[in-house]
Ligand binder design. Structure first.
Ligand code: SF4
Length: 274
């Protein structure tokens, strides 16, 4: 983790968009240090957090993530974030068939009634090191089917354009938008690619702008910034890069021969964020 991350957050929170609005400032984290940092992050101006958590069972959690901390640390972090007011909190669970799919129902039961949005994400072939196979993917439709059998759900409207998750509420909540009940989201990045709506650009810590999670190379913004470009020049350079973009890897994946996808060089997700 970046040292003194709250100082960076404070600087970002002071920025304004061209129409004078503050940024929607959020942080995605594995939660390991969240219990210690939540209050300082909130005080620095962070709005909300998304926490990655792939199961409640320690051995399953470790099988999914190359980490050496227990699930309890992540749950403490989520609790601290709630206490600090860093909500609405989202918890992201990547579902890998045969590895952690038995955790779907326990995770839903755990977070139901907490106000937390629990999102199930199809296991993706991000980066080149995760040994992805289509057989490992559990389609979102199957996840919803499993949940419906135990915890009846009702479909909710998308909350914004470019929303990546299909939203579901608990049928027994007092109202479809009863936020205290929490919510389920499914992100079908493999079986229902949403590239045509994708509005995500990603900037690496070295100033490379990536236009797609599956990009093999970025655009060098750092040199542009260091060449004393002003804000207008930077904005028009970014606009030009974005408008000529043709990335739609997930839509193309299904048309690729089975092993081609894994042979294509791609940036690792841990390098640019999810
Ligand atoms: S594959 Fe690339 S373009 Fe498609 S949704 Fe993912 S990040 Fe966006």
């Amino acid at each position: 983790m970046r040292q003194n991350i709250e100082v960076l957050v404070e600087k970002l929170a002071a920025l304004r968009t061209t129409d004078g609005s503050p940024l929607d400032l959020t942080l995605t984290t594995n939660g390991a240090l969240l219990a210690r940092k939540a209050r300082a992050l909130k005080a620095a101006g962070l709005h909300r957090v998304t926490v990655s958590l792939d199961g409640l069972d320690d051995s399953v959690f470790r099988a999914m993530n190359d980490v050496d901390f227990p699930v309890a640390d992540v749950l403490d972090g989520i609790h601290a974030a709630q206490e600090a007011g860093l909500g609405p909190i989202k918890v992201n669970m990547v579902v890998k068939r045969g590895t952690n799919d038995q955790e779907i129902i326990p995770m839903a039961r755990h977070f139901k009634g907490s106000g937390i949005v629990l999102r199930f994400i199809e296991y993706m072939d991000v980066g080149a090191t995760n040994g992805w196979r289509m057989d490992d993917v559990m389609p979102s439709a199957e996840v919803i089917q499993r949940l419906q059998a135990e915890l009846p759900l009702v479909a909710l409207e998308p909350s914004s354009p470019g929303e990546t998750a299909q939203r579901w509420g608990y049928a027994d909540a007092t109202g479809a938008h009863d936020q205290s009940a929490g919510e389920i989201g499914v992100i079908s990045s493999v079986t229902q690619a949403f590239c045509s709506d994708c509005n995500r650009a990603r900037l690496s810590t070295e100033g490379q702008l990536y236009l797609c999670l599956f990009a093999s190379q970025g655009y060098d913004l750092r040199s542009l910034i260091r060449s004393q470009s002003n804000d207008d020049q930077l904005a028009s350079a970014i606009a030009q890069i974005w408008h000529t973009r043709s990335d739609r890897y997930s839509e193309l994946r299904s048309a690729l021969p089975p092993d081609t996808g894994s042979a294509i060089r791609r940036v690792e997700m841990s390098y640019i964020g999810g």
